[in-house]
Ligand binder design. Sequence first.
Ligand code: MG
Ligand code: MG
Length: 285
Amino acid sequence: MVRHKNAREIEGLRAAGDLVGRTLAEVARHVAVGVTTLELDRVAEAFVRAHGAEPAFKGYRVGRNVFPATLCTSVNDQVVHGIPDDRPLEDGDLVSCDCGVVLDGFYGDSAFTFAVGTLSEENRKLCVSTYEALLKGVEAARIGNRIGDIGHAVQSHCEADGFGVVRDLVGHGIGRSLHEEPSVPNFGRAGSGRKMKDGLVICIEPMINLGTDRVITGSDGWTIRAADGTPSAHYEHMVAIRKGGTDVLTTFKYIEDVLGSAPYQEPKPHTTSTERREPIANHPV
Ligand code: MG
Ligand code: MG
């Protein structure tokens, strides 16, 4: 069941989303050659707890597997759900840091892929394409559009750039639970799926591989890797669909302050489209 949020709940989610943005900025201060992802995780956990929140991923259970950390740190061919470890980051690595918090009962969830040292040109293009796809997904998330419009926007952008769009993992609704309905795939047909209504809050999170779109799960039960071993990028925003225009509840502005430049453009809220589409068959998820 999809639970639409009222204005008060959206403010709670915004506060949680803002804290995730500030936590990822604190992580950004520490990303460097020779630093371990375990060190980044300690920075994130201390920051989250110092701001009156709890890590949302630590203790998260899927079957018998319990996630042990505050961040998912996914390096190079790791797509998502990487477990922080003691391997020092190397020049040219990509590290996706995905952070979830729960603040006053509301969840926040956002991810950013950091460059360690100097990236190869193809890895830089992968990050830019994935980030742009997130912005296009956010742009498509609006009243009157359908969930399939988001996936279509992401997929068409990254496939035009020659990259693999991961199918096996999807974005999601969020609220007083970390993962709520609906699923928000990064692929799909325009005009398909559930119509977005006022108060829908979703996480849009393109997971894009340099090579194949196929992924495999590691023996730790968590780490998802590109099946062909090529690098992967991941960015995530939480957005609230509102009558007055879509509201982005997470932000990368703190990260960009730390990085010393704005390598990417922040998504801008837009006014709601009055365009209406005819309903068609539900999108397969
Ligand atoms: Mg996330
Ligand atoms: Mg998420």
